[in-house]
Design a protein around this ligand. Structure first.
Ligand code: ADP
Ligand code: MG
Length: 480
């Protein structure tokens, strides 16, 4: 088991316009825990940010300034999670921040340059490279891609997407089993055997997401997207299978209703996003407080789906994306505050191992057979149904290997089944009879017999020679 708090990182997005000086500073040296200081300019301190404080300091496991490229982000944030995922632990990386702060750029990447590939494509590339290198296990990889919009789940990889709109497809819903495990109904799993196949699925999902989006319904800022890699691994011949899930999550924009609320539909939608993030915050507050027994996961679909990632069986990492411009300071501060709470949450990741049911069935069938035999023996009720062809063949094979076995200790084990015991005797009798007939044949063939008698003949020959010698001696004596 690996006990670990949720790891928090901050990433500062390059500003759209020229950089405004003096708004933040990063201190890397402070006892090895880097901290980010946000400095509120005097003209904002009394009004916009409703607080007299002039600076706020937040600690993170790592802070990545504007110049940090996608490769650095992958190496420092995603690679360690991918490594433990490959070892069999669940992993989650989620990006949290206001719209335009770089969540999608960080999780998926930018479309313009190859070097702008984000965490998902880089992680897929890394995972498949590692799987290729490791021939000691049999791996199976599946991909799913879920979008949660207005508390409704949509399967971004549903093959019927092309024919119909998001709303017409069956909704993804949550089912909970008696062990409180979450299952997602109507979310398709697609096997991917190569990096390319997995990337195509990512591309398909992102395209489906874009098709569904209209200016009135800016799904990308209002929805949560969860790209999941499901990995199972097994050593050849072993019945134990390991399962792990890696969620790569692009959350909805964390800005509050006050800023986006313009009435009507938009307001309703904005409230919904915030409701979902509001429930996420509730879960995080409950988890970060000691002695809270009830965690309100069930309040929203997102917190239900990410239940294991938040205070459960998972290694979780949060990336706070920040757009540190003057007008965004209040949102940036609340993003950092949220992160500080998240950092208090403790997770316990375990290896998810289970026994392959097919191998268990085989084992149980054998046991049932043995028990039946034993029962028949104890109750004295012999089993009368005839042995099947397969059983007879199996017995004959057993006899053959028993006869061939040079080990004097070897035994012919057929269980306590009189039918089998009888059959063994019959078969042995048959073999013996066959051997006899064969044996008679060998007696009548002379070559072999002569071979056997050769040493005897030689002895006789020597004897005769001795006698001959004796006689010669006698003759020569008489002659003398
Ligand atoms: P979000 O998903 O949080 O709404 P995006 O990822 O879409 O934000 O980012 C908004 C814009 O900023 C995009 O055009 C994106 O390409 C750009 N951007 C975000 N982060 C970076 C970065 N670190 N480097 C360069 N461009 C970035
Ligand atoms: Mg986005």
């Amino acid at each position: 088991m690996v006990k670990q708090t949720i790891q928090i990182f901050a990433r500062v997005k390059p500003p759209v316009r020229k950089h405004q000086q003096g708004i933040y500073s990063i201190d890397e040296d402070e006892k090895l825990i880097p901290s980010l200081e946000i400095i509120v300019p005097r003209d904002l301190a009394d009004g916009f940010v409703n607080n007299k404080r002039e600076s706020y300091k937040f600690k993170f496991q790592g802070i990545f300034d504007q110049d940090a490229n996608q490769e650095i982000i992958f190496e420092n944030i995603a690679k360690p999670v991918a490594e433990s995922f490959l070892a069999g632990y669940n992993g989650t990386i989620f990006a949290y921040g206001q719209t335009g702060s770089g969540k999608t750029f960080t999780i998926t990447g930018g479309a313009e340059r190859y070097s702008d590939r984000g965490i998902i494509p880089r992680t897929l590339s890394y995972i498949f490279e590692q799987l290729r290198k490791d021939s000691s296990k049999i791996y199976t990889t599946h991909i799913s891609y879920l979008e949660i919009y207005n508390e409704c789940g949509h399967d971004l990889l549903d093959p019927r997407h092309e024919a119909s709109s998001l709303e017409d497809l069956p909704k993804v819903t949550i089912l909970e089993d008696p062990d409180q495990n979450i299952h997602l109904k109507n979310l398709s799993l697609h096997q991917a055997t190569t990096e390319e196949e997995a990337l195509n699925l990512l591309f398909l999902g992102d395209t489906n997401r874009m098709i569904a989006e209209t200016p009135m319904n800016q799904a990308s800022t209002r929805s949560h997207c969860i790209f999941t890699v499901h990995l199972s691994s097994k050593e050849p011949g072993s019945a134990t299978v390991r399962h792990a899930k890696l969620h790569l999550v692009d959350l909805a924009g964390s800005e509050r209703v006050a800023k986006t609320g313009v009435g009507g539909l938009l307001l309703t939608e904005a409230k919904y996003i915030n409701l979902s993030l509001h429930y996420l915050e509730q879960v995080i507050i409950a988890l970060s407080e000691k002695h809270r027994s009830h965690i309100p996961y069930r309040n929203s679909m997102m917190t239900s789906v990410l239940r294991d990632s938040l205070g459960g069986n998972c290694m979780t990492t949060m990336i706070a994306t920040l757009s540190l411009e003057k007008r965004n300071l209040d949102e940036s501060i609340s993003t950092c505050r949220f992160a500080q709470r998240v950092a208090l949450i403790k997770n316990e990741a375990v290896l998810n191992e289970e026994i392959d049911p097919r191998l268990v069935i085989k084992h149980l069938q054998k046991e049932i057979q043995e028990l039946k035999d034993e029962l028949a023996m104890v109750t004295g009720e012999p089993r009368t149904e005839a042995l099947t062809e397969a059983e007879l063949l199996q017995l004959e094979k057993l006899i053959t290997s028993f006869l061939e076995d040079q080990d004097p200790e070897s035994r012919l084990e057929v269980g306590a089944d009189m039918r089998k015991i009888h059959h063994c005797f019959h078969h042995l009798k048959k073999l013996l009879n066959d051997k006899k007939i064969l044996g008679n044949n060998t007696v009548s063939s002379e070559g072999k017999d002569q071979d056997c008698q050769e040493p005897l003949k030689e002895e006789e020959y020597r004897k005769l020679q001795d006698i001959l010698k004796q006689r010669d001696n006698e003759i020569s004596r008489h002659a003398a």
